[in-house]
Design a protein around this ligand. Structure first.
Ligand code: COA
Length: 136
């Protein structure tokens, strides 16, 4: 059987970015925030289904030197548990491996649904450090 999914190495359209965040349960973002994510990321990919609709995505924010932060890992609930999240994170990591200078430091905030996936791809918690955030 042919794979109905195809990975696209770019950002999804803005509406799909906003939809995938909301539908997957991530906090909603407005169009201005989404536009910044789409134009300002170091790397972005998404997965489309058989009719070309974006159903999974992820991106990397990076300085191009050594610090890279993976964000917005999300799969449409109707397409989860089919390996798309793994495909997206694997692609993002491979892209950092291939384009970043040696010694890249990769971080992410691992929400519970993705933690097993991230660990299985080599990411580990930062204890005794602590992930910290501030919403302004
Ligand atoms: C986290 C998330 C992106 C994972 O997406 P996904 O496309 O379901 O990811 P995968 O299919 O690669 O893996 C998920 C699970 O499905 C399993 N799986 C993969 N292919 C499968 C298949 N064909 N049949 C059954 N299970 C399968 C994987 O083993 C994995 O299991 P585990 O969680 O017990 O380790 C998704 O759950 C999501 O969008 N969650 C809400 C948003 C969120 O929290 N994002 C993370 C922010 S840090």
């Amino acid at each position: 059987m042919t794979d109905p999914y195809r990975l696209v190495p770019t950002a999804p359209p803005l509406d799909d970015y906003l939809r995938l965040r909301t539908d997957s349960g991530l906090s909603p973002r407005n169009a201005g925030q989404g536009a910044g994510a789409i134009t300002g990321s170091w790397s972005f990919c998404h997965v489309v289904d058989a009719v070309g609709r974006p159903v999974a995505m992820g991106r990397t924010i990076g300085d191009g030197g050594w610090y890279f932060h993976i964000a917005d890992i999300a799969t449409d609930p109707a397409h989860q548990r089919r390996g798309l999240g793994r495909q997206v994170v694997t692609w993002l990591l491979d892209d950092i491996r291939s384009r970043a200078p040696e010694g890249a430091y990769v971080t992410l905030i691992g929400d519970p649904p993705g933690q097993r996936l991230y660990r299985s791809l080599g990411l580990d918690d930062v204890a005794p450090s602590l992930g910290m955030a501030l919403v302004l």
